[in-house]
Design a protein around this ligand. Sequence first.
Ligand SMILES: C[S@@+](CC[C@H](N)C(=O)[O-])C[C@H]1O[C@@H](n2cnc3c(N)ncnc32)[C@H](O)[C@@H]1O
Length: 196
Amino acid sequence: MNESILIKPPIAIEQIEARSKDLDFGMASDPRTGALLATLASSKPGGRFLELGTGTGIATAWLLAGMDAASSLVSVDVRPEFQAVAKEILGRDPRLTLVIEDGIQFLHKQEPQSFDLVFADAMPGKYESLDEALVVVKPGGFYIIDDMLPQPNWPEGHDAKATALIDRLSRETAFQVAPLHWSSGVILLVRRPEHA
Ligand SMILES: C[S@@+](CC[C@H](N)C(=O)[O-])C[C@H]1O[C@@H](n2cnc3c(N)ncnc32)[C@H](O)[C@@H]1O
């Protein structure tokens, strides 16, 4: 499969990548994760989307590329110097709200089952406060994480954390789960409608 001809990065990506390099920001999502996020976002017209961990806005750009005009995206990060790149390049898009706040504090203020898609790309909502992130997913909505296959930049002991997270997700009965050997290793969950 020649996947490269199917993956079409949004035009903002080139600019964001250049700025990320200047900042030495090496945590950006790769194009395969981006293409998946854009595709899932396209399935939710008028959707409400959440990204935990904006970084410089790579996945933010992909999500926006998949969303329709009636959808909205909130993206949260604690590092203003990273999020400033997303603000500069994507900030004029009225569908996007950028928030500087700790992800856990942000999650605590959200209504249950209020997002159609949560991309949990920071420690909060993934390795910390997982329950708080899952609870905000609407019935039929997506919860997505990447970097679940061993990565060269994982710190000592991170593999045990990843194993524990996978084990925890395997016991999650309210969600349908698909582990994908795609990109850096994606786990995609959908809240089962009968668990509304
Ligand atoms: C993997 S990077 C995000 C990459 C980004 N989603 C992308 O696709 O390029 C993780 C981000 O989480 C942010 N972060 C770390 N701790 C956080 C916290 N407690 N709350 C919110 N964001 C946090 C970091 O500043 C970093 O920008």
